[in-house]
Write a protein that binds this ligand. Structure first.
Ligand code: FES
Length: 290
């Protein structure tokens, strides 16, 4: 079979999908923090996705994504048995994992999938891991049991109070710090506002914080410049210099602005796809039964 076959597909939450994909070379070489660039079809755009897990013995990697854009919706429509055109990777620098002591891992939304390999790596390196996971509501959590098994404490919170504490991950972290808990490192992965708020809080407490950035990427190999971010006043390319960076040095305003650069084009593509689908439905409905 050509391409990269999808071995398993699971719907983790509304609009969040897990795919286990056969990519033996990537599975053998991948480390925490790295990502792949994939294409659904030969004509499709390349999109970066973090490697959420790997099983080198089976030759598979696991990716988790939220279907919000044109390509992620196409990807979510694929089924086990179908193949992706390309899976290029592992790309990016692996996370520097050391034994530092107590590591607080903070994730929001689909960021839970991306922090899972980091939690695993820091726990395996002998650190005590404290995890704080947040979501809009109780139906949007996943990997909770897996993360609980690796953590000495697990704190959940929701925006609407349907599970765990009512509030944001930063409220939980602030509460723990104010209670006297001390950590040696923080890892924060999630939407830009969440990483911005977390790093602002940890800066107050002088807590070194690593974030994983996902700016727009085109080639994923440092050639095109589309993933440019400013860190500590210097220009970096997230695909080759990151995606992990010192969160206290990241220019989140610039990152947020650059992420919005193609919003109109994306909406046009989604509208075209919806029209196409509508047309296909009309054609099917008007076909004369034989
Ligand atoms: S994606 Fe092109 S330079 Fe990083």
């Amino acid at each position: 079979m050509s391409g990269y076959p999808i071995v398993t597909k699971r719907r983790l939450a509304p609009s969040i999908t897990l795919l286990e994909v056969k990519a033996p070379r990537v599975a053998r070489k991948a480390h925490a923090g790295q990502f792949v660039m994939l294409r659904v079809s030969e004509q499709g755009e390349r999109i970066p996705l973090t490697i959420a897990d790997k099983a080198p013995e089976k030759g598979t990697i696991t990716i988790v994504f939220q279907s919000i854009g044109f390509t992620t919706k196409q990807l979510a429509a694929m089924e086990a048995g179908q193949s992706l055109a390309d899976v290029l990777g592992p790309l990016g620098r692996e996370t520097e994992v050391e034994k530092v002591g107590r590591v607080v891992c903070v994730a929001g939304g689909v960021g839970i999938a991306f922090i899972y390999p980091e939690i695993k790596a820091f726990a395996e390196a002998g650190n005590e891991v404290i995890s704080i996971l947040g979501a809009r509501n109780k139906d949007l959590f996943f990997f909770v049991d897996e993360i609980r098994d690796l953590s000495s404490e697990l704190h959940l919170c929701t925006d609407d109070g349907t599970l765990g504490a009512h509030g944001l991950v930063t409220d939980v972290l602030r509460g723990l710090l104010e209670k006297g808990e001390r950590y040696d490192k923080c890892i924060a992965i999630g939407p830009i506002p969440m990483m911005r708020a977390t790093t602002a809080l940890t800066k107050e407490w002088n807590l070194p914080t690593l974030v994983s950035l996902d700016p727009i990427m085109v080639d994923g190999t440092g050639m095109c410049g589309s993933c440019r971010v400013t860190v500590g006043g210097e220009v970096k390319f997230a695909c080759v210099d990151g995606p992990d960076f010192d969160g206290h040095q990241v220019d989140f305003d610039e990152l947020a602005k650059r992420k919005r650069a193609f919003v109109e084009e994306e909406q046009c593509l989604l509208a075209q796809a919806a029209e196409e689908l509508e047309k296909q439905r009309d054609d099917t409905n008007t076909e004369t039964p034989s």
